[in-house]
Design a protein around this ligand. Structure first.
Ligand code: PEP
Ligand code: MG
Length: 846
């Protein structure tokens, strides 16, 4: 019978069946049957059969119905390959007709039987005959003639009698569900959930377990964990005399499952059934190796298990569930690690808008730093600091941020900019601080002089108005939606420890300050892969000294001015070395163009003239002389190190003195010093000579030895191409993929946000290359650079320290080309650790 047609399969323990041919629900039901659970008889239709149905080929109904007795009521449920892709709603009580009504009235009572019939007439009318639901609005389901009234309403509207015959009813239900799946809206909805365009649908036809009748009858839904937290907790409800998921409807007089102070429970009402149900649920967890939600009925006290689906879960619950399954030895640890989507960790690492909360979206942009925060709008860094001093949360709104805004960003709860992309200043600093940040919010108008922003729908938000920045998905929301707190609990730590057991590529953090380093250590980074030293110079006391350096008359004067900075730098390095306690610390020498340290407006220039005791005209002239047409391609990085070498000298001395100050007798500190923006071998030779000389001087002065490692930041295309020349002069390369992407594409990292969305939407770029490493272009330079570098210097340590270091796809590429480690913002370290572990585990499994 059924088993002879591969597309119509009675679910038995050994019927040939898979999620890929009959869908996840059918497969799961087969597993429940194998566990000998009380599952009503079920027949599964394959994807092919359902596809044929949509095109008008009705399957052989005799085969479909052969497994069921003639008087059996049936239900049909969807069975897509991945249950998360959804499908049309279940239709229950198929087979109800005038004759069944009278039979059932005898067995379960007239009232209950009538209720089933009326429910079926309604759902058949709406979902199969596609009639308007309001044709039943004026009818009274409690009236003595309710059934004939409902049937008449159907007949009036459908212009035919309500079908009495099971074959016709079932064929109609199957066809309508098959067609609903193939409709455009359903297709788009499931594609949004990751389903392929041609995803198939199976259908399962199951004998109804009524849930209504004499004795204790009803239906319910049970799971053993809380979907938000993943903690063990009986969750679900049971409702007497009900079907399907009625028990979960709000307002239903449903019972708790387990004894509960809040009201009566199934455990008290039907203790034996409850105990049996609990056992079944525990068996499902153990054998299906997953937290399952099970749909059940009670019929005269007897349990039936109708269905099992994976428990819906928040990211936080997903971690706890995976860890507890592994701790209970139900799945191996490696599988627990594989079960968590690395990016989902962002939901744990940051506060989030509650997915259930209402969102008043007033603008969108690029979600540059995940998490969400609410605050009053402020338009300057100074206002942000004042707001923080008053203890008021604020959102710093700027056209774009620059280094002078750093303190404002520290003070703010979130940042929002009109311009910028994934690697613009606000984005990089936001990620470093774990500060929610949306950049490139071009859907809003920024009228910063008028101190207001205008939403796409014309609403105006002024200084002091409350908004929420959702950096996870790039939205700006009006007001303060409900939030979920970050949740770095014990399960998270356990999962990360297990990930590290498998991981085979290093993960360091980009950290500029002791505060960043503490965060990096909390997330168990193996070291610091990039310490951008210039950020120190923006601290108030260092900024003044730095400006004096810029305004010095000649090298000698400059060296004197730099003396003020030396102890500050050294103290900072000592603090960092001590915090890192022997873990590697890679310090990048001064990188930005000097003008970034100078004021841009008139009052700033006046203050500067006053501080330096110089005429305003002098100061203005000197500032103007430093202006470059293309500062990112100008006097910065190693170019500054060669033309104004005193800064580099001071930094090298600060690093070496700090090295000696921090290392004990038996635990030497070995600093890594990195030269930015190199494009030619000679640059490295010149800088190396200077640094070696300073190292020798410090050794002599202190009478103590130390070692250091010199490396090059490969962030110009030429450095990657000429890696073979450069590598012999250094011990490591770190690919600066932010600048390398900028220079490979000839695309400004600060302005790309303006047109990135249309570019990605129209498929010019598959992704924002500042976000996801462009493996074809920039990646080729990385591959070449790595190969050529190692050819000349086999022991060369290789890494990536651009923002891509934290993206799972980019990490896969870095691993493939043999890099030793990736370095990313501290808050991305856990994502990187998990993604890297999954790559190693997948390789092992292949
Ligand atoms: C880079 O260019 O990739 C990099 C890490 O340096 P920065 O972002 O400071 O230019
Ligand atoms: Mg760079």
């Amino acid at each position: 019978m059924q088993q002879s047609d591969p597309h119509i399969t009675l679910i038995t323990p050994d019927a040939p069946m898979s999620a890929a041919t009959h869908g996840g629900r059918a497969k799961c039901l087969q597993r429940l049957v194998r566990l000998d659970l009380p599952v009503p008889k079920t027949v599964a239709l394959s994807f092919d059969a359902v596809h044929g149905l949509a095109a008008g080929d009705v399957p052989d109904m005799t085969s479909v119905l052969a497994a069921f007795s003639e008087s059996q009521l049936l239900c049909v449920r969807p069975s897509s390959e991945d249950p998360d892709w959804g499908g049309p709603g279940a239709i229950l009580n198929i087979g109800m007709n005038d004759m069944r009504l009278s039979e059932l009235s005898d067995s379960i009572g007239a009232e209950a039987a009538t209720k089933l019939y009326l429910k079926f007439i309604q759902s058949y009318s709406i979902h199969v005959a596609r009639l308007d639901p309001d044709i039943f609005d004026d009818l009274d389901s409690g009236a003595p003639d309710a059934v004939s009234d409902f049937l008449a309403a159907y007949e009036d509207e459908a212009e035919e009698a309500f079908p009495q015959d099971l074959d016709t009813q079932l064929a109609g239900v199957l066809r309508s569900m098959a067609r609903a799946w193939e409709g455009t809206t359903a297709r788009l909805l499931r594609q949004a959930k990751g389903a392929p365009a041609d995803a198939g649908l199976g259908l399962v036809i199951q004998a109804m377990a009524l849930g209504v009748g004499r004795g204790e009858s009803g239906s319910g839904v049970l799971q053993l964990v809380n979907s938000d937290t993943g903690l063990r907790q009986f969750t679900g409800r049971y409702l007497s005399q009900s079907q399907g998921r009625d028990a979960l409807q709000t307002g239903a007089a449903a019972l708790f499952l387990q004894k509960d102070d809040r009201g009566p429970s199934l455990e008290e009402k039907a203790p034996a059934a409850f105990a049996q149900l609990t056992e079944h649920a525990a068996l499902m967890r153990r054998k299906l190796r997953e937290e399952m939600q099970c749909e059940f009925t009670l019929e005269n006290g007897e349990i039936c298990i109708l269905d099992g689906v994976r428990v819906q879960r928040s990211a936080r619950a997903a971690v706890r569930i995976a860890v507890s399954l592994a701790e209970d030895k139900i799945i191996p640890r490696e599988e627990a690690v594989m079960r968590i989507e690395p990016r989902a960790l962002n939901e744990l690492l940051h506060r989030q808008v509650d997915p259930e909360a209402e969102r008043d979206v007033v603008g969108t942009g690029i979600g540059a730093s995940p998490g969400a925060a609410t605050g009053k709008i402020v338009f300057t860094a100074a206002e942000a600091q004042a707001s923080a001093a008053r203890g008021e949360a604020c959102v710093l709104v700027r056209r774009e941020t620059n280094p002078e805004d750093i303190r404002g960003m520290h003070a703010a709860s979130a940042a929002l900019t009109e311009r910028g992309g994934m690697t613009s200043h606000a984005a990089v600093i936001g990620r470093g601080l774990g500060l929610p940040c949306v950049v490139g919010a071009t859907s809003m108008r920024f009228q910063t002089r008028k101190k207001r922003i205008v939403a796409a729908d014309g609403r105006i938000f002024k200084e002091g108005d409350v908004i929420t920045v959702d950096g996870t998905n790039g939205q700006i929301l009006g007001g303060e939606p409900r939030m979920l707190e970050a949740a770095l609990d014990d399960s998270f730590q356990t999962l990360m420890d297990w990930a590290d057991e498998s991981r085979d590529i290093g993960v360091r953090a980009n950290a500029d300050t002791p505060a960043d380093a503490r965060t990096a250590l909390a997330f168990q980074a193996e070291g610091i892969g990039l310490c951008r030293t210039e950020h120190m110079f923006f601290e108030a006391d260092q900024l003044i000294a730095m400006r004096e350096v810029i305004f010095a008359n000649g090298p000698e004067d400059r060296s004197v001015a730099l003396q003020a900075l030396l102890p500050m730098q050294r103290d900072m390095f000592v603090e960092l070395f001590e915090l890192m306690a022997g873990r590697p610390l890679c310090i990048r020498l001064f990188d930005p163009p000097l003008h970034e340290f100078l004021p841009t407006d008139r009052s700033g220039l006046r203050d500067l003239a006053e501080a330096l005791n110089l005429p305003l005209s002098d100061v203005t002239r000197r500032v103007e002389a430093l202006v470059e047409y293309n500062p990112m391609l100008g006097m910065r990085g190693v170019r500054l190190g060669i033309t104004v070498p005193e800064i580099l000298d001071m930094q090298a001395r600060a690093i070496f003195e700090a090295t000696l100050d921090s290392c004990g007798e038996n635990d030497p500190v070995v600093p890594e010093i990195m030269i930015p923006l190199v494009s030619a071998k000679r640059e490295v030779e010149l800088v190396k000579t200077r640094i070696d000389a300073i190292a020798a001087a410090v050794k002599t002065e202190r009478g103590r030895e130390f070692e250091y490692r010199l490396g090059v930041m490969v962030e110009t295309p030429r450095a990657a191409l000429r890696a073979e020349d450069i590598a012999p002069h250094c011990e490591f390369f770190s690919f600066g993929t932010n600048d390398l992407t900028q220079m490979t594409y000839g695309l400004s990292r600060d302005d790309a946000g303006r047109f990135m969305s249309p570019y990605v939407q129209q498929g010019v770029f598959p992704e924002d290359p500042f976000h996801t490493l462009d493996q074809e272009g920039v990646g080729e330079l990385l591959r070449l650079g790595a190969e050529r570098g190692r050819r000349a210097q086999p022991n060369l340590t290789l890494s990536v320290c651009g923002e891509h270091g934290g993206s799972p796809e980019s990490i896969a590429f870095c691993r493939e080309i043999g890099l030793d480690y990736v370095s990313c913002s501290p808050f991305r370290v856990p994502v990187a650790r998990l993604a890297a572990a999954q790559l190693a585990i997948s390789d092992k499994l292949q």
